[in-house]
Design a protein around this ligand. Sequence first.
Ligand SMILES: NC(=O)c1ccc[n+]([C@@H]2O[C@H](COP(=O)([O-])OP(=O)(O)OC[C@H]3O[C@@H](n4cnc5c(N)ncnc54)[C@H](OP(=O)(O)O)[C@@H]3O)[C@@H](O)[C@H]2O)c1
Length: 250
Amino acid sequence: MPESSGESGRRVLVTGAGRGIGRAIALAFAVPGARIVVAARTASEIASVAEEIEAAGARALPVRMDVTDLASVEHGMALALEFTGGAFDLVVNNAGAFTVVPFEEMSPATWYRLLAVNLNGPFHVSLLALEGLARGQRAHLVNVSSVAGRMPFEGSSAYCATKYGLRGLSDVLRLEWKERGIRVSTLYPGATDTTIFDDVPGEWDRSQMDRPEDVAAVVHAAHFAPDGVDVADLDVPEPRLTPDSRPTSD
Ligand SMILES: NC(=O)c1ccc[n+]([C@@H]2O[C@H](COP(=O)([O-])OP(=O)(O)OC[C@H]3O[C@@H](n4cnc5c(N)ncnc54)[C@H](OP(=O)(O)O)[C@@H]3O)[C@@H](O)[C@H]2O)c1
């Protein structure tokens, strides 16, 4: 298996990579020489993203993985590590679920589901990816939180609880894994135009949202930032210009 060297040899695992932000992150690292593991539950979506990655000249492995299920993560991680030669340079805990519901209407099933995807998922994946990360080159774990991991939004009790919690997990792993040379980032995207809004009640103006590629660019820049650059907390700099607000001439 190739040793990782520079941008081209990255060994990457992205969860929730079948669509949305995860797909964009996986594609951002798709350069010749890279090996990218595309993990999620929907086989057709991860196969399609893997094809896009291979078309860009990188190697890709679609892996069916339910991050809420430890056995599924164990199985998927074994396949992933075989594909990368036993090391990860970048692991992105991106798989996530969102809901908007007033707290008094929150069903236990919804609460448990969000904790399972947004917190148990990163726990399972981080635990099982650790040895691979420890063998990586300038290894990096990115946990995808949200602006809702830093400030409250009405109707987002479960989502905020999990995304604040993910920040806590990141902060502790950064301390504990420092000696192993593993960098740990928490990413705080704002509203981004993906399918995550499809089943959420309310009017969402997608034209005002960031694009998944905007978020992926932040992860890419942080991953390749020189030593000494603080990549602990990553914001997506500015909302995307909308057609109405975009300047037409200078
Ligand atoms: N979009 C936003 O506005 C926004 C803002 C801030 C933060 N975020 C965060 O960004 C991340 C990605 O969101 P997105 O907007 O790209 O969502 P999305 O379009 O709904 O995509 C979610 C991805 O996660 C996968 N996934 C869901 N449950 C999973 C599970 N149990 N096991 C494995 N994979 C699972 C989905 O695939 P399968 O269903 O096939 O498994 C899909 O590939 C989430 O953590 C989200 O909280 C999003």
